[in-house]
Design a protein around this ligand. Structure first.
Ligand SMILES: [Zn+2]
Length: 391
């Protein structure tokens, strides 16, 4: 029985693999018309996507661009199709690459799920500082403003009726859904699928459940598939259709099944992590997500909640010896030869460079970063403060 399921899933995966010769999105972002007054901003190289709905009462923007240059580019593309100002910003998931550009559009109203509103209200002083100085050209609008000041939130569903357009915001309830909001235009059958809508990119789920769980994703995907969207703006990756949501369900079921089988064979977690892969989806982006995915599924299947991580704040200084993903991922080599892998988030307070895209190899840097105890920092340590010597 088990074997039959795996064979079937592997078969599905093989089919998907065969049809998936395309790779990531292009080198530059694209602005694509999806329906009258509805556009997708498809991020470069699988960066976060955004959706734009133009109404005669103002623009509704869903997500805000991956980095400062992307946000400015997104704003310019909106300007190229309308004179209406961005009056509402819906955040489909509370991660830096979706929320981080929000200060650019102030004083727009930021619409989020209640759980996200709580997080925004609890932002630390360094995060608020970083939010406020992220766009120097908007400093006038941001003066004295805190991120929570512009927030409107809702518990499960919310409908905007603007200039004759109906825009439905959907939260699919799950204990570990940290506030993902899908945006649905029933008349155009266009959807922003939020976190669960991946295409050709391995999902970024983590053992601390900060991005939900595979069950959370499956619940969301089922609810979204039921609406039968014509076009799906994915969180990352090319635009999709309802079929891509179905592929993601198959993907997650296969991933869960693989871990379940290894657990049944008595393999310990480190062995499972080592053996786990999703190579059936060979051309997909971000195979770096496998370790955390295996560990997350292992926790889910053994009925554990999220890993509770104690975080230490550490300082280091040295030279940047690796700068990739437009400054998102760095390596810092300290004077005693230690190499520390770091992640610049949208909350990172950067001094000495306008933003992370200006970071370069060989820069002298001082950092304050978070070291989680007993936690595999698969993508590097998150940086709180980063100071570089200006070039
Ligand atoms: Zn993202």
């Amino acid at each position: 029985m088990l074997k039959a399921i795996i064979t079937r899933l592997a078969f599905v995966a093989a089919l998907i693999y065969c049809s998936a010769a395309w790779a990531v999105t292009g080198e530059t972002a694209e602005f694509v018309k999806l329906a009258d007054d509805v556009y997708a901003y498809v991020g470069k190289r699988n960066d976060a996507n955004a959706m734009v709905i133009v109404t005669n009462q103002g623009v509704v923007l869903v997500d805000t661009g991956n980095s400062q240059p992307d946000t400015r580019d997104l704003a310019a593309k909106i300007k190229s199709v309308t004179n209406q100002p961005v009056r509402w910003v819906v955040i489909s998931q509370y991660h830096g690459d979706h929320f981080g550009g929000s200060p650019f559009f102030m004083p727009a109203t930021v619409i989020v799920h209640d759980r996200v509103a709580k997080e925004i209200a609890a932002m630390k002083p360094y995060q608020i500082k970083s939010w406020r100085k992220r766009f120097p050209e908007r400093s006038g609008a941001l003066e004295g403003l805190a991120p929570i000041d512009m927030v409107m939130s809702f518990p499960d569903r919310m409908t905007l009726q603007l200039g004759g357009k109906r825009i439905e915001l959907i939260y699919v309830d799950d204990i570990y859904n940290t506030g993902d909001v899908a945006v649905w235009l029933p008349e155009q059958r266009v959807m922003h699928g939020s976190f669960a809508a991946y295409r050709e990119r391995h999902p970024d789920i983590r053992p601390d459940y900060s991005h939900g769980t595979t069950i959370t994703m499956l619940k969301q995907l089922e609810a979204l598939i039921a609406l039968n969207p014509r076009v799906v703006v994915t969180a990352h990756g090319p635009l999709g259709t309802v079929t891509d949501l179905q592929i993601m369900i198959d993907y997650l079921l296969l991933a869960r099944q693989k871990v379940r089988v290894m657990m049944a064979q008595g393999m310990a977690l480190p062995q499972i992590i080592k053996a786990f892969h999703m190579n059936e989806f060979k051309d997909w982006d971000r195979a770096t997500h496998f370790d955390w995915m295996a560990e997350t599924i292992h926790r889910e299947l053994s009925g554990q909640g999220p890993i509770i991580v104690t975080i230490k704040e550490l300082q280091a200084s040295g030279e940047l010896t690796r700068v990739i993903e437009a400054g998102r991922n760095l390596s810092l080599k300290t004077s005693n030869g230690q190499e520390i892998r770091l992640r610049v988030t949208s909350d990172t307070n950067i001094e000495g460079a306008a933003d992370r895209t200006r970071l370069a190899l060989g820069m002298k840097a001082r950092v304050l970063y978070k070291e989680p105890e007993d936690f595999n920092p698969a993508l590097g340590y998150d940086v709180i403060e980063l100071e570089v010597d200006p070039r």
